[in-house]
Structure formats: C-alpha cells, structure tokens
Ligand binder design. Structure first.
Ligand SMILES: [Fe+2]
Ligand SMILES: [Fe+2]
Length: 499
C-alpha cells in the first residue's frame, strides 16, 4: 500500500498458463522485479502443457487475486469439454484433447481451490477501479480481438461495471485499447503460449494506475527457456501439436478461429528477423531435377517448368499456402496415357500411384508429383473449341493435406487472397453450393485463375484440403471448373434442384 489512499497502484495481470510452469515462473519473477503491488491470475491455469497440480499450486502461492476461466469452470463442473468456444470444429476438437490431458490427473484439492475462483472481480487501485475478467466482461468464453472491439461496446461495459478499465485474457493475443476519456481495456495475452507471431516469448500485463497523472499500461514480453520446457512436454508424452508452438511461436491450432486480420501475425518478420521463408516440404532443387527429366522426355516445356518454379517465389500471391503444402502436382494432358514411356519414367526413381484407364500419377521427392491424363478432366474438355496441343499442363495442384488449424486457415483464406490479388476463384466440394453439380462430396477445393495479362502465372491452380481422396478425379463427375470469365462458364451449371 503506497500512499494516503491506502490502495495498491501497480497491478500485474496474467492469464492462460495452460500448465506451462517454466513460462509462468519467469513471468512471476518479472512482476516481482517490476515491484507489482498485486498479482492477479485471470483464468485458464490448466491446459495443453499438463502439469496441472503443479501449476495450480504455483498460482495459489504466487498470486493475490483469481478469476475463473473456461478451463476452471469446466474442470470444476467435471466436464470433458474445454468450453473454449472456437468457431472451427478442428480447433475445438484439439482444444478438448488438451483439456482432457489437463484434467485427467487433477487432484481434488486443486479442483477445490479452482472452485473458489469468481467469474470476475473488481479491484480498486489508486487511480481507479479495474475489472478483472476472463473472455470479456460478463462472458467467460468470448474471444475479444482488438480489431473487432468497437469503442461503443467498450464504453458500455465500463459504464455497466463502473470501472476505469477491464483486463481480460482467453484469446491469447494481447492488446491495449485507450479511450479519449482516459479509460481503457487490456488483453493481457497468455503466459502459457506465445501470441502466434513467430517469437516464442509470452506475455502478461503490467498496469501502474497512480491517483493523478498518466497511467502506464504495458504488455510485458517475456522470454524463457522454451526449448527446455518443450523437451519436458515431450518427455511427458504430450502431442507435438501442443509442443510445436512453444518452440516456434506459431500456433498449430486455434488459427482458423482467428479473425482474418490476426491469422498472419507470424508472417510479420519484424519481431523475429526470420529469413528462412522457404516452403516447409517443397524442395526447389528436386523440382528442377525432376522437371528437367520430364523435359528430356518431351512431356513438359521450358515455359511450364519456369511457371512451376515461380510458385515457390515469395512474390507469388499464394506463397503462404505453398509454404505449408505437402506437395504440388502438374496435371499434364496427353493424347493417350498408354503411350507414355513407362519404363523411362520409373527409371527416374518413382512408382506409379493411382493408375486407372486414361490416368496415372507419379510422385517424386521434394513434393513434386506429375499426373498424366487422357480422359476429360476439365470443363473445357467438353467444349468444341480447341485446347492447346498435347502434352500441356492443364493446371497446378497444391495439396494441403494436413488437417491442422493453421493449414485449414490458409486454405480458407485462399479465395480472399485471390480476390485481393485480382484472381477469380471458385469453390468445389465441401459446403459450397457447387456440390449439387457433382456426383459426390469429395475433397474440398478452391480453384483460382490467374489475371488475364502480364502475369508470370497463366494456368489455373487447384488448392485441395485434407487427406488424399483416391477417387476424386476418376469418377468423371468432378471436372475442373472453367475460368469463371469464360463466356461458356454459366453453361456447365446444373439446373437448380426441383422444389
Ligand atoms: Fe480461456
Ligand atoms: Fe489436380
């Protein structure tokens, strides 16, 4: 207690420990060095890092004020679900796995302590009243993102609770929002995982609210031994999906549920000075070698090779998607698949995959696959107008096979990236309307078509999400949609279903 008001002035607020003992310890030590008068923990003590009883004990010893998060509420209720409220089903599933890990060994004593935490509370500092909450004032599981927080809503909350500010957590993305009248809102971030910006550091909020003068509101960025902690998680048998973000600072899950404005935080390099912007699984050297071999067999041209390689250029509008792709295929139209030089191709170090009449696929190292077909595969094949002379590359296919939150988010962003870059796009399969036109609900795809002139990219691109669907291009139903700008584009649509 600092002066005549007998009230504290400096408040440290932490949330979202998720069992990360190493990070929490470092943050608590930092708050002590900063001479915090009070330390508040605003929920989600337990989670994907396991170590639940230890983290609850550390919080009981290290903090003065507690607010329940969704993890505490659900653990106390004996629920199997984390109650995070993710909008993406993939995110919710993985998050619930983490929650099961967190609660399976939770002691009755720890659970009893968590049951005493209120859903929110107000603390009076020298410079005003502060509301501590988990998601948003009044809503434990609401994700508050700065880009979506309007000032009118913020003012209404502050009026309702008669406070100068509120501090929340839950989303994992810290921010400070100040109003013109001196009131403000803070998301303290989380101490248990980084904020998806490619830097493994974690965050908490430090607020100095003096009786007079300007308040100081700071998001503290705390580095710790994340590698040591990641190894501890591994030796406790915790899944790589939870360990990887601790190491890399990039989320593997929760990304599809973020607003579009926040999904790409990790691609801003200012925090990390990362220069290794090469694709994760695609290797240009292998591509060059394989494509040169097919050039020698007369099956691809120099221009097609150049266009394939230009997909790996960071200037390519869909580079973020290429960066996480498992493989890319060139779909080459030939007069007759049966006339291919099979033994020469196999001598290049491959085995045919998915060979069917009029269709064959050859996978190669470095994530480059060649598909040859002589059956109709595109809507253009049903028109009478001439197509290029064969062989020619009909399209490039980008395979986004891993069903992680990050890959899902990048897949979902494909049409909006296309729109901004001036490429038309079309969805196929999944929940899209076009599913009526197809024989079956196959893999979810987006097709994008390059701008008409002056582009290095001239062919349609196929973005396919999810594990390989063997049947997808063989049943004759799922033709590649024609460029939506083509005059015949409307003529392939199925009639609307009968009423
Ligand atoms: Fe939460
Ligand atoms: Fe394809």
């Amino acid at each position: 207690m600092i002066n005549g008001t007998n009230r504290p002035r400096k408040l440290a607020v932490m949330g979202g420990a998720y069992g990360n003992l190493a990070a929490l310890e470092k943050c608590v030590a930092d708050a002590a060095e900063m001479h915090a008068d009070l330390k508040a923990f605003t929920g989600d003590s337990i989670g994907c890092c396991g170590h639940s009883n230890e983290v609850v004990a550390m919080i009981r010893d290290g903090f003065d004020l507690f607010v329940a998060g969704n993890h505490e509420q659900q653990a106390v209720a004996g629920s199997k679900s984390c109650g995070c409220g993710y909008s993406s089903a993939e995110d919710e599933k993985i998050s619930c796995e983490a929650f099961e890990l967190a609660t399976s060994g939770l002691s009755d004593e720890a659970r009893g302590f968590l049951a005493t935490w209120p859903n929110e509370q107000i603390i009076e500092l020298e410079g005003g009243r502060v509301l501590l909450c988990h998601g948003s004032p009044g809503y434990t599981s609401e994700f508050l993102y700065e880009a979506e927080l309007d000032d009118l809503r913020l003012e209404a909350w502050l009026d309702r609770f008669d406070v100068r500010c509120f501090v929340c957590t839950h989303s994992g993305l810290p921010f400070v929002r100040r109003l013109a009248d001196g009131r403000f809102a803070v998301n303290c971030g989380v101490v248990g995982k980084p904020d998806h910006d490619g830097d493994p550091a974690v965050h908490y909020a430090f607020i100095d609210l003096p009786a007079t003068g300007e308040p100081s509101i700071e998001i503290r960025r705390i580095s710790y031994d994340q590698e040591g902690w990641a190894r501890k998680m591994e030796s406790a048998g915790i899944s790589p999906v939870f360990v990887e973000p601790v190491r890399t600072g990039v989320w593997t899950t929760g990304v599809a549920s973020l607003p579009a404005s926040e999904r790409f935080r990790w691609l801003r390099t200012s925090m990390t000075q990362r220069t290794d912007w090469r694709p994760e699984f695609l290797d240009p050297n292998h591509w060059r070698r394989t494509l040169a071999d097919f050039r020698a067999l007369g099956l691809v041209s120099d221009a097609e090779i150049e266009e394939a390689l230009s997909l790996l250029d960071p200037a390519f509008p869909f580079f973020a998607q290429l960066r996480v792709a498992d493989s890319v295929h060139l779909h080459v139209k030939v007069d007759n698949v049966d006339d291919l030089p099979f033994s020469e191709i196999v001598a290049l170090g491959t085995q045919a995959e998915n060979a069917r009449p009029g269709y064959i696929k050859y996978p190669f190292p470095g994530g480059i696959n060649l598909i040859f077909s002589s059956i109709p595969i595109a809507e253009e094949d049903q028109l009478s107008e001439p197509r290029p002379s064969k062989p020619f590359v009909d399209h490039f296919g980008i395979d986004l096979r891993r069903e992680t939150g990050l890959v899902r988010a990048l897949f979902e962003d494909t049409p909006s990236v296309a729109r901004r870059a001036g490429w038309p796009s079309k969805s196929q399969g999944g929940g899209g309307r076009q599913v009526f036109c197809c024989h079956s609900t196959v893999a979810e795809k987006y097709w994008v078509y390059p701008p008409p002139k002056g582009s290095r990219w001239t062919r349609p691109l196929e973005f396919a999400y999810g594990p390989l669907e063997i049947s997808q291009e063989m049943n004759g139903g799922d033709l590649r949609p024609i460029d939506p700008r083509h005059p015949a584009a409307g003529s392939f649509a199925c009639p609307p279903p009968a009423h």
